[in-house]
Design a protein around this ligand. Structure first.
Ligand code: TMP
Length: 236
């Protein structure tokens, strides 16, 4: 019944067809962690490492992985932006994610590229869920409705919030572009402690997906641990 098979395959998103053909999802890897954990540096080193080994790899981020998302990023992260309800903040992050999935992430996965994303759904669970107080099941329900997919693997750069905030605030004092996005750096240490705790609990709940990397060491040592994981996931 080839016609029946063709008809049902064409109903599926491209990245699911890829899973069927290749036997596994093309890699969708996210990077998470509190402020100042060093995600930007580690994600760009990961990108370089994978590219050098000859795989096609896309680096992107949230919020702000599309033109529309960049507009939302400014609204979301301006330290002097207007006050907003937690639900309004949640919906803006999810709007950014939906656009990002449709415009960038899913097409790249369908092309067979490795996608590296600087923050994604676990950030929503930690920041809007645990730290802002929105019920986790509500976040999951709205996200399901929007077609949010889970990443294949997540690297969680874990750091003491006091150390992370010190690093982030120092960076903002030297870099006006970073300072213009410093809304969350203005939150108290206790807020960031809730974010960290939520990330650690997510990692405990999803040990096959989320891998904790201690981020206090020097960046080369941190990347060394990431490279071991990449070798297993991509080349193992
Ligand atoms: P960053 O790109 O410099 O990490 O900053 C993004 C900020 O946005 C960071 O403080 C965490 C926050 N954020 C959320 O609160 N929820 C989300 O869903 C995402 C993706 C980010």
């Amino acid at each position: 019944m080839p016609c029946a098979i063709q008809a049902s395959l064409s109903d599926l998103p491209d990245f699911v067809i890829f899973k069927i053909i290749l036997g596994k999802y093309p890699m969708f890897i996210t990077f998470e962690g509190i402020e100042g954990a060093g995600k930007s540096l580690q994600i760009s080193r990961t990108h370089e490492y994978i590219r050098k080994k000859g795989r096609s790899c896309l680096i992107t981020r949230e919020p702000g992985g599309t033109d529309f998302g960049r507009e939302l990023r400014e609204v979301l992260l301006r330290p002097d932006g207007a006050p907003r309800e937690p639900w309004c903040e949640l919906l803006l992050y999810l709007a950014d994610r939906h656009q990002h999935l449709k415009e960038v992430i899913e097409p790249a996965l369908a092309r067979g590229e490795i996608v590296l994303c600087d923050r994604y759904q676990d950030a929503t669970r930690a920041y809007q869920g645990a730290a802002r107080g929105i019920a986790p099941e509500t976040i999951e329900e709205v996200s399901r409705f929007l077609g949010v997919i889970e990443p294949a693997k997540t690297i969680l750069l874990d750091l003491d919030p006091e150390v992370g905030l010190r690093r982030a605030r120092r960076r903002n004092s030297l870099d006006p572009t970073a300072a213009a996005e410093g809304r969350f750096e203005d939150e108290a240490v206790s807020f960031h402690a809730r974010v960290r705790q939520a990330y650690l609990e997510l990692a405990e709940a999803h040990p096959q997906r989320i891998f904790i990397i201690p981020a206090a060491d020097d960046p080369d040592a941190v990347f060394g641990r990431i490279a071991v994981l990449l070798d297993q996931w991509i080349y193992g």
